[in-house]
Write a protein that binds this ligand. Structure first.
Ligand code: GLA
Length: 689
């Protein structure tokens, strides 16, 4: 188990470093991420290099038994880079430059930035590649975190090249984007611009490609640095830190290039769904590399500095949130950062070693967590415990949230709602792309599948044919990979499996707004026509509401399980089920509210026999299974009692009826070894274990 933090010794005089290492040992720290923002210190001017201090830090850490995850330091170019090479700066959609003075002020596609960053990485790699303290490489930092889109001239030039590569001919581009619409036909790739500020909606197919391009440019930066590290002889695992469901970067495409997945997660202590949301994030990153433990690369020990209000964590929540990561597959627990900064934008951000020193609850919790992690020992490999999967797909996210649709949808919120119904019950879930639906899963939920690639459609049809149970809808199987309708209407690829035919979207009214045009919507409500924003449906005796749409669908061969009780399509199918020889395909023709989602999930679990890790979980208690390890956490404010069959991993005592205080964590080893669980030592890169 790795335990540590970002370490920024360049912010402190050298005489602090020995104290740092002594304290790190006291806390059980065994690794630090070093030098993430140290470019200006390593290269104070063009052609001037200063590695002396870094040599001394690494040697000091090594002598103290602390391993180093060495950063490539490219995330924040020094002022001289921006002043000498303004063409490296990114731009917003009006074309205005982002200026230096913060961080991440580089255009990812700028050849000059990449050349300068590459030179830095080469020098760092060649100098430290064989240093025994260096066990891992940290490329860049949170790629794209602050700058979701770059519209600079560098992006313009790279975008044109990217499009040429993707489409070959401008005719193919025109066909993919449907450019006969609004006279958008291109005569040459050089006529294309990034989607800068325009009078009205950009072509949605071009927006989708610009998002793909943006993700690819960030990935190219990572890959360019990775190649340099490998060329210098790096044998250590190479990675960068993800941010869970981060819209600009399609991490499923990135994952194959990471030796190990590292993820940063900062649950908001004040947010009512923080437990569910962070569980989703951890399941997502675990699912990116099935069977390989991931690393929690950054979390906060206490408060952050970057939300409008920054309350600290409840006593014990640090261990509880950490246990959530471990239960869901993490083999490393790291923080931002080791020692709280005394200057700069993040001086109010918590750290392992607070500015107030060691006589603090934070320090005590950090030390106690270090001790507990040491007691855990080697853990089983994660990734083979989920019989249910939720489809979460970046291209869908991008495409379905484009404007000019029948309604507005928050893709992540939809995913979280369906995930929550499983999470609340203690059911393990993998988060997958549509192409990954296969016989590992008894149940696959794909609640928002607006854009369906051919491979995804084929995999989902195969999955149902081979005995799986699929649920999809509404507004699914609407467009192809170019965000264009398919021939023959809607639900053209999944319609047969679902046993339905699609007639109309049936968008419901949005929230009433002021102004002339939409004022009328308020009037509909006022004259007693019911709630125009929702429709009623009843499943298994549970009354729920549908939102956003009440679609007009026809059950061609499917069984109608539920009809709409009211609204524009009253009496028509709201939930259908098509049984096949082996599998089943369900379709829901509205976006159910939380009650509806819960009722449908309850029904599907009953039908498929997918079981929770522990039955009848008390409120506030979360469980996760990782091979023979079951993690039980009471996130609630009151004690909770449940029966646990197994042994307490930390004490070695048998469990049984167990009372958990608020924030208490129990790591429970199940009595039987899992025969299907491969040897955990094979799962983590050798240099780290
Ligand atoms: C991110 C960054 C860190 C730091 C933290 C603060 O995770 O990677 O450098 O800014 O946020 O929460």
């Amino acid at each position: 188990m790795l335990y540590g933090a970002d370490y920024n010794p360049d912010q402190w005089p050298e005489d602090v470093w020995d104290d740092d290492v002594r304290r790190m040992n006291e806390a059980g720290v065994n690794i630090v991420s070093l030098g993430i923002f140290a470019w200006s210190r390593i290269q104070p001017a063009e052609g001037v290099w200063d590695f002396g201090w870094l040599d001394r830090v690494i040697d000091t850490l090594h002598a103290g038994g602390i391993r180093v995850n060495l950063a490539t330091a490219t995330a924040s170019p020094p002022p001289w880079v921006s002043a000498t090479y303004p063409e490296t700066l990114p731009a917003d959609e009006t074309g205005a430059s982002y200026w230096p003075g913060s961080r991440q002020h580089f255009a990812p596609s700028s050849p000059v930035y990449r050349r300068l960053a590459g030179e830095l990485v080469r020098r760092i790699a060649e100098r430290y590649v064989d240093h025994p303290a260096v066990v891992m490489w940290h490329v860049g930092n949170e790629f794209g975190c602050h700058l979701w889109m770059d519209y600079s001239d560098a992006a313009r030039d790279a975008y044109r090249l990217w499009l040429r590569e993707r489409y070959g001919t401008v005719e193919a581009l025109n066909a993919a984007w449907g450019t006969t619409f609004w006279s958008q036909r291109y005569g040459a790739f050089d006529e294309v611009f990034p989607p800068r500020l325009a009078p009205y909606s950009h072509n949605p197919s071009s927006m989708l490609d610009f998002r793909r391009f943006t993700s690819d440019m960030l990935l190219e930066c990572y890959l360019a640095e990775r190649r340099i590290l490998l060329a210098a002889g790096a044998t250590q695992p190479i990675t960068t830190n993800f941010m869970g469901p981060f819209k600009p970067a399609d991490y499923r495409r990135w994952a194959p290039h990471m030796d190990v997945i590292a993820d940063d997660c900062y649950p908001d202590p004040a947010h009512p769904t923080r437990v569910r949301d962070s569980a989703f994030q951890r399941d997502l990153v675990r699912s990116l590399k099935p069977g390989v433990p991931w690393l929690l690369w950054e979390q906060a020990t206490d408060a952050v500095n970057w939300r409008p209000a920054n309350p600290g964590k409840a006593p014990g929540a640090l261990a509880a949130e950490t246990a959530q990561s471990i239960g869901r597959g993490a083999d490393g627990i790291m923080f931002f950062q080791w020692r709280q900064s005394r200057a700069g934008s993040e001086k109010f951000h918590s750290a392992m070693l607070p500015h107030a020193g060691t006589q603090t609850r934070t320090w005590q919790e950090v030390v106690s967590l270090g001790e507990r992690l040491r007691r855990l020992g080697e853990l089983p490999a994660p990734g083979s415990d989920a019989r249910a999967a939720l489809v979460f797909d970046w291209e869908n996210w991008w495409a379905v949230e484009e404007r000019d649709h029948p309604f507005e949808i928050d893709y992540l919120a939809v995913a979280l709602e369906w995930y929550g119904a499983l999470h609340r019950r203690g059911v393990m879930v993998d988060i997958i792309g549509p192409e990954e639906a296969d016989a590992r899963y008894d149940l696959v939920l794909a609640p928002a599948l607006y854009l369906l690639r051919d491979d995804g459609a084929a995999a989902l049809n195969r999955y149902v044919g081979e005995g799986g149970t699929l649920l999809t809808g509404p507004f699914s199987d609407i467009v192809d990979q170019h965000d264009q309708f398919c021939d023959g209407g809607f639900i053209t690829r999944l319609g047969e499996a679902l046993g339905i035919r699609y007639e109309d979207f049936g968008a419901l009214a949005g929230p009433p707004a002021g102004g002339m045009g939409v004022g009328a919507l308020g009037a509909v409500g006022a004259v007693g026509a019911g709630d125009p924003q929702t429709v009623a449906l009843t499943l298994d005796g549970i009354a729920a509401r549908g939102t956003l749409v009440a679609e007009a669908i026809h059950a061609t061969t499917a069984e109608v399980v539920v009809v709409f009780d009211d609204g524009p399509n009253a009496g028509r199918p709201a939930l259908t089920r098509q049984r096949h020889r082996a599998g089943e395909a369900w379709y829901v023709a509205t976006m159910p509210d939380a009650t509806g989602v819960d009722a449908i999930v309850a029904r599907l679990l009953r039908e498929t026999g997918v079981r929770p890790v522990v039955d009848d979980l008390p409120d506030g208690v979360e469980v996760a299974r990782r091979g023979s390890l079951v993690t039980v956490i009471n996130h609630g404010d009151v004690p909770a009692t449940l029966d646990l069959a197994g042994t307490d991993v930390e004490s070695g005592h048998p469990l049984g009826r167990t009372e958990l205080a608020p924030q208490q964590v129990v790591f429970c080893a199940l009595p039987l070894a899992e025969p299907s669980t491969p040897d955990a030592t094979e799962r983590i890169p050798a240099a780290v274990s």
